[in-house]
Structures are given as C-alpha cells and as structure tokens.
Design a protein around this ligand. Structure first.
Ligand SMILES: Nc1ncnc2c1ncn2[C@@H]1O[C@H](COP(=O)(O)OP(=O)(O)OP(=O)(O)O)[C@@H](O)[C@H]1O
Ligand SMILES: [Zn+2]
Length: 839
C-alpha cells in the first residue's frame, strides 16, 4: 500500500496490513496465516514459495495460496521469513485445483501440494555449523580434543561447514557426537540453511575476447604473436574453424563448448594461457537438459472414418465438455489425437496428453516426437528431479505448450489448457492408491480441464463402464470408430483348455499344444509373439510337497513370491526379502517346490520349449533403470526379440507391425478377482492384449489358455460384444448398489495391535453410520489383505446416494469425526485412511 509518509508511517490497525495464507507440507487440513513484512510486500503473491516459522522450532517452506487483509482470530500471525522465488512457481488455477482435490478426496491441501510439486522444487533445509562468536579458546573452560580442533581450525577460514564437510575433514562417517560436544562446549552454533534441490545444467564455454572478435586487424597481429607458440595457435585455429567470426563476428557471443577442445585433443594448458593473456575468455552457460529436435512436416492423411470421427468430436464439443472416443484396438485413435493437438497448438492453447504408464509413454513419445519435435514436453517418474523441474519451468515459460505424461502431469503449471486427452482412459493405473491424495487421474483431469474451460477426450477401445455410462446418459459426447485402420482386421481367437491337455499329457511346461503350435508357426515365419501373464517373479509361492507349508511375509498377510534371480523370496507389498530355505522349516522335508507361474518362469520355460527363439521379459523387475522400457521396446521394434513375455505393461497401446500371435497363459487369474469390477477388467485386459496382434495386413492370432474355456466372458470378448456385456454387468451393479449408481468411499483403520485396530474400526463405523444421509454401509471387516507392514487393517465400505448432497454432507461430517477420533487418547495411534472412489 502506498503511503504519503513513506516508511515512517505505521498503520493504526492491523487491517491495512497484508496477510498470506500459506500451504504447508503438514497433515493439518487448512492453510496457515502469516504476516507479509513490508519489505517483502512488493515481491510476493499467490504461488510464491516462502519460508515461515512453524511451531517453536521448525522452519518450513510452503506456497502462498491466498493474500488478504484479515488477521487470524485465534493466534498472532508470525511474519514470513523470506521469499524464495522471483516469479510464481504455481498459478492461481493450480491452487484452485489443489483445493478441489483435497476436498473431493478427503485429504489435506498440504498433501496435495506434496504430490504436485516435483521434488526438485521442494526445498529442504540442511544443518550447517559456524563458529560461535562468543567463543574464546584461551578462556574456555573446556579443552577440545584433536578432532574438535580440526573442525574449529577449518571454521577459522570458512564461514560455515555442512555435516558432510566435517565428515570429509575427519574421514569418519558419524559426526553427530563431535558436533554435539562442540555445541555443549559453546564453540559452535548449528543453524539451518535452505537449499534449492534443483541445479541447472551448465556448460563451460570459451569465446574470443571482444577486442579480437570485432577487429580483424587485431586478430591478424595476434596470429603473428602466436607464430612461435604452435600449441596456442592450434587452439585458436580450432576455434575459428568452428566459429567463423571472420565472416560473422556475432557468432562469437555464443562461443564454443570447452569440451570441443579436449575432444579434439588440444592442450588444456594452452587454453589456460590464452585465457590468462586475455585472448580467450571462459564463461558458464545454463543449458537445457533436453536436446533440440526438429519436427517433421510429414502430413498425416486421415482415413474417411477418422475424418468423420474428428468431425463428430468437434460437433460433440459444441455442447459437451467431455467426449468419449470409443475406437477399437488399432483403429487409429492416436492419429486423430495428433490432428486435434496440432489444431489446438495453432490456436495458441496448451494441451495435455495423459497416459496410464511409462511403458506406453515411451512408445507413443517416439511417434509424437516426429510430429512435434522438442515443442513437446514429456513428464514421468523416470525423469530425474532436475529434468522434471525443467519441464515444469518450460510449461511456465511457454517452451512446452504440449505435454505428454503420466498421472503426475495433471499437476504441471498450465495456465491456458485448451485440450486434455486421456488415452486408455479405462486403465486402473490412473488411480493412485497410496499415499494421499488417493486420486483418479482421469477424473481429476476432467476437473482440471473444466477449471480451464478446456475440452476433454477420453479414448479407449474398451471404455470404463462409468465413462460409457456417462456417454449413454448424454453427460459426455460419444464417438465411435469400429474398424481398424487400413486393411487390418481384428484377430482370430482360440480357446485352449488347460485341463484337457493335462489329462492327455499334452501340457508341456505350462504351455498347451495349441499354444505351442501357434507360437512355432509365428517363429517359422519370422513373426513376433507376445505372451501375457500378470504376475512378476518366478512363481507366486513356494510350497512344501510333503506338508503343504507356504512361506509368508513376516510383516504382511501374504505369501512370498519366489524370484529365481537372487534365489530369494520377496513380499510385493513391503519389499521384505528372504533366502529360500534348504529344508521345510515346518516338517524338515527337502521337497520344496515353486508353485504357479510368474513372468520369470515363463521366460525360462519358453527358452526350453523354443531354444532357437530370442526371448525377453518386460515387467517391473526388468524396467527399473531409466532407459529400461525404451531399450526393450526398441529391441522388440527392431526385430531383435522374437518372443516378449510381460505383465500388464505389454497389454495396451503397443503398436508393432510384426506381432501376429498373442498368448494369454492363465486367463482364469484375470476372471476370478474379488471385486465388483472383475468382469469389466477381465473383458478389458483380454481385449486389449489381444488387440496387439495383427495390426497390419496379416490377421493376428490370439490363444487363451483357461481351465474354464466356456466362461461367458470369453464369448463376449471374442464376439467383440462390449455393449451387451456392459448392459448385463450394469444390471448387476444396479441391483447390488455399485458404481456408477452409488458413490463408494472406503475407510480403513490401521494399527499394529489387532484388537485396537478392530475396536477403532467399530467405533468409527458406528459414528459414520449415524451420519444422516442416504447410504448403505458394509463392514467393518478385515481387509482383503489383513495385515500390511505389520499393521492390521479393517475396512468399512460406504455406498452413498448420488443424488442430492449426500456426498458433501458425508465428507463434511467425516472430517469432524476424524478430528474427534484423533483427539481420543485411545485411538490416537490408529491411522485412518479415507479412499474416495477406491477402484
Ligand atoms: N491416417 C493414418 N495414416 C497412416 N497410418 C495410420 C493412420 N491411422 C492409423 N494409422 C496406423 O494404424 C496403426 C494403429 O493406429 P493406433 O496405434 O493409433 O491405434 P489405436 O486406436 O491407438 O489402437 P489401440 O487402442 O490398440 O492403442 C498405427 O500403426 C498407425 O500408425
Ligand atoms: Zn510384506
């Protein structure tokens, strides 16, 4: 606020002061109000990162969510200590989006912030030490030992030291004892220093000094001087070769990467001399971590069907915010996206293409790069922290107006989205289960688009039933593509009965005869095969053939998965590992056998059955490295792999010309899953993986192994009868009150002690039951997995009426009940997890 009296003016009342509500990374459901000191009021606003005092001892960094003039009622606002940015890292639309997410998914806005910010933008503080100015070694009562002396001496010449510095100085690993002792002896002070985790990538560059670059005569006489110094002359010549300043002096400003000299084998000491003699100069340049890629002007010509679909999408957008693009596998949805993205870019708006998995992102990015070059940003967890900050900043600066990414990319700082595309919208991996916010990225993306007044396309060959429901009830637009692009046909299906083959002794290493024959045929013709099994590791478990003992995790209620690699058993829930015992600890028998099929074992079996084939495996274990996916997909695309075994990673979106056979080894595992969506998921998974086969001229083959080949789902999949399957399934859901007819909220209580967990669950359940809204409550029951990481789990399921304000009222009361629970001594140690739309 401008004041006539300049700085000497003191406002009469608090009201004319500015306050900021700051979002802090703490599990408390609100923002905290701080005073904006006058000295900072010019450089502060929504979305700036600030440092504040929290409680007695802590200094935290948070983000300003709101600026206003209302002092807090319950406490005296403390001042903001410092601003960390020169521009807003987060825009007001994002804050709105976070607030919506916290409210809808019943979590704290600080938790949303935590999920939203790439860790490179989160500040951490580091403990440092400095000399205590009051300390005098002559008069101190406490003598220092040798190590303490070393540290004090170092502090005499350096203002501060980190703990790490001290460790290095002394060559030891644990420094805390020594630091503590120095503090007690009042020789040093420990303080916190905030550090930015993001470090820009810098290149050291060399250029000619201006005097020479802009004056040819000076340059010529320089060469005369260097005549007797051939090594320096060589350096200069190299520079002029690469940067022809003779022709164009302006080129000199950008200089040359210092590495170019060392790579050419030139003498570094000559460069040093030239710098010292003011001929060359060295400077640092901040460069991007992403290389520049030119887009091609290759034109895509859409087929008549695709053109029509595009037209229909645009028409649907006239009165609908969301349109479902239901196009069968291989119908060419990606090409339609590309066309729509191009048009949106031309109109100057931002675009987000959301994908369910990194494997798929890697695959599609290859295709999109050719069209969009480096205008397109990519965002996922295999990127380093620094790279993610650069994408974030690139969205702010306008460098990336189009981003392709997974779940977390909905949090990027878009300010003018025009189009959001969610591909494979039915995918379960859009849901984040842990930690909070437990959000569904597709649903959140629709909300995000709505905040921007942008349009959303949901694309899938097998839409989620809730999206299809929304399309049928005209909430969403609906566009269909029911032919594959070009000459390609849908694949031919074969059901293969595992039990029949077993009886006839035709089952070899878990492959039926039909499966083996079809694979062999493909190999003979140099075609490729995909084998799908949704279970990683070697075998689901190990069992004693004599007494039936099965090893279980010490911390969770699950059996351990056997991984042949490393000869160990692992818990897929908590990461616990154990060596396989030599004899059964229960009965002493030596007959321990691996039971069941994981991807590792399938890979091994294939190598035994088809020794000539080149086999590879794609699952979580083989794609841990940064380029794991890319390498496998490239190798497969280049034809260096004949058979690729994989988990759900290989089921969707992949488009490889030479894949003609797809095998599903254990379809029953997909069918029988205790969930109301089991049928829908089975239909989707089988159709999707089958859809990888025969995507060009040659028709593909799909072999499904099952113990129940006459299950009705197979029939529906084979007929491609999505609609009737949907109708049938929906009648069940309506009858038994499942989404989309009700809203589900799952509430689980977790505690190390079984009894307390159960008691808390009952207590909470009763309180929730009393909330006056239309609802059905199930539970509390022991969770499907009763114990994870030593915590016993009990669950209540709430089915809320979708009409009226049942949801809002329930969520509001739930908040109060939880606060009460936490205030109750008995249940303070119980963790309550609320999951809205837990599927
Ligand atoms: N207009 C077009 N011009 C040239 N090629 C096309 C065109 N449309 C589609 N294709 C090709 O057809 C194949 C299938 O297309 P695409 O991968 O987009 O299918 P999809 O609908 O995404 O299928 P899925 O749901 O199985 O992922 C791709 O190889 C794609 O390049
Ligand atoms: Zn475990």
């Amino acid at each position: 606020m401008e004041s006539l009296f300049g700085d000497t003016y003191e406002p009469q009342d608090e009201k004319s002061r500015l306050f900021a509500d700051v979002i802090l990374p703490v599990p408390i459901p609100k923002m905290f109000t701080y005073k904006i000191p006058r000295s900072l009021s010019e450089d502060i606003g929504i979305g700036y990162r600030v440092m504040v005092q929290f409680g007695q001892k802590k200094v935290l960094t948070g983000i300003i969510g709101k600026v206003h003039q209302k002092p807090p009622k319950e406490y005296e606002a403390k001042p903001i200590l410092d601003v960390l940015d020169t521009y807003a890292m987060v825009n007001p639309l994002q804050i709105k989006f976070w607030a919506w997410m916290a409210e809808y998914y019943c979590c704290h806005i600080g938790e949303v912030m935590n999920a939203a910010l790439p860790s490179g933008l989160k500040l951490s503080s580091e403990s440092k030490i400095q000399l205590n100015p009051a300390y005098d070694s002559e008069t101190s009562m406490y003598p220092l030992d040798d190590r303490e002396e070393v540290i004090l001496q170092a502090l005499a010449s350096r203002e501060e030291l980190s703990y790490e510095d001290c460790e290095q100085l002394l060559g030891i690993k644990t420094i805390h004892g020594i630091i503590k002792s120095l503090v007690i002896k009042e020789a040093i002070i420990v303080f916190e220093k905030v550090k930015d985790k993001y470090t820009p990538k810098v290149e050291t560059r060399i250029r000619l000094r201006k005097e020479y670059a802009e004056d040819k005569k000076a340059l010529e006489s320089l060469f005369q001087v260097l005549d007797s110094k051939p090594k320096q002359e060589e350096v200069l010549l190299k520079y002029l070769q690469e940067i022809p300043v003779y022709q164009n002096p302006e080129l000199n400003t950008k200089g040359l990467d210092k590495k170019a000299f060392s790579e050419a084998g030139l003498s570094m000491s000559s460069i040093k001399t030239l710098i010292k003699n003011n001929v060359l100069e060295e400077y640092k340049l901040i460069i991007s971590r992403f290389e520049e890629i030119e887009e091609s002007d290759e034109k895509i010509i859409l087929s008549d069907e695709q053109m029509l679909a595009m037209q229909e999408i645009k028409e649907a957008f006239e009165d609908k915010q969301v349109t479902l693009l239901h196009g069968i596998t291989g119908s060419g949805k990606t090409e339609i996206y590309i066309q729509l993205i191009k048009e949106a870019l031309e109109s100057g708006s931002q675009i987000l293409l959301l994908l369910p998995e990194i494997a798929l992102t890697t695959h599609i990015v290859g295709r999109l790069r050719k069209v969009f070059g480096s205008k397109m940003g990519v965002y996922h967890s295999k990127y380093s922290d620094n790279e993610r900050v650069e994408v974030w900043n690139g969205v702010i600066s306008g460098k990336f107006s189009f981003v392709v990414g997974v779940r977390s990319s909905i949090f990027l700082p878009f300010d003018s989205l025009g189009l959001v595309i969610v591909d494979e919208e039915h995918e379960a991996s859009f849901k984040q289960y842990d930690p909070a916010p437990r959000f569904q990225a597709r649903d959140a993306a629709i909300m995000l688009a709505w905040l921007h007044q942008a349009k959303t396309i949901l694309g899938s060959a097998t839409p989620s039933f809730e999206s299809y429901y929304n399309a049928r009830t005209k909430k969403y637009g609906y566009v269909q593509l029911d032919r594959r692009y070009g000459e390609a046909q849908l694949p031919e299906y074969f059901l293969s009965d595992i039990l029949v083959d077993k009886k006839k002794n035709l089952l070899k290493l878990d492959f039926t005869r039909l499966m083996r024959e079809k694979i062999q045929e493909a190999l003979n013709k140099q075609e490729q095969v995909l084998i799908f099994q949704n279970r990683r590791g070697y075998a689901p478990y190990i069992s004693c053939e004599d007494c039936g003992w099965i090893p279980e995790c010490e911390h969770c209620d699950v059996s351990l998965t056997y991984h042949q690699f490393g000869e160990e058993m692992r818990c897929h829930y908590c990461g616990f590992k154990e060596k396989v015992p030599k004899i059964c600890p229960a009965c002493g028998s030596g007959k321990l056998a691996a039971v069941g099929l994981g991807t590792e074992r399938i890979e091994e079996n294939i190598s035994l059955l088809f020794p000539e084939a080149r086999v590879a495996r794609m699952d979580l274990d083989t794609t841990r490295s940064k380029y794991g996916y890319q390498r496998l997909l490239e190798e497969f695309g280049a034809g260096n792999i004949d058979i690729l075994v994989g988990t759900q990673m290989i089921t969707k979106g992949l488009d490889f010309e030479k894949v003609t056979v797809v095998g599903i080894l254990d379809a029953d595992r997909i069918l029988y899953f205790p969930d109301f969506r089991a049928g829908e998921r089975a239909f989707q998974q089988i159709t999707q993986v089958a859809g990888r086969a025969g995507r060009r001229e040659k028709r593909g083959t799909v072999v499904i192994q099952s113990r129940k080949p006459d299950h009705y789902i197979f029939e529906k999949v084979i007929q491609g009868d999505y609609k009737n399957f949907y109708v049938q399934d929906m009648t069940e859901r309506q009858k038994f009150f499942y989404p989309p007819f009700v809203k589900l909220v799952k509430i689980s209580t977790r505690q190390k002690d079984y009894k307390t967990a159960e008691k808390a669950a009952r207590h909470l359940h009763n309180l929730l039951n009393d909330i006056q809204v239309k609802k059905i409550m199930l539970g509390p029951e022991k969770g499907l997995i009763g114990k994870i990481k030593n915590q016993y789990i009990f669950e209540s399921l709430v089915k809320l009426d979708k009409s009226g304000n049942a949801q809002a009222v329930f969520k509001h009361d739930l908040q109060l009940i939880l606060e009460e629970m936490y205030a109750n001594k008995e249940f303070r140690s119980v963790r309550v997890v609320v999951d809205v739309d837990p599927y």
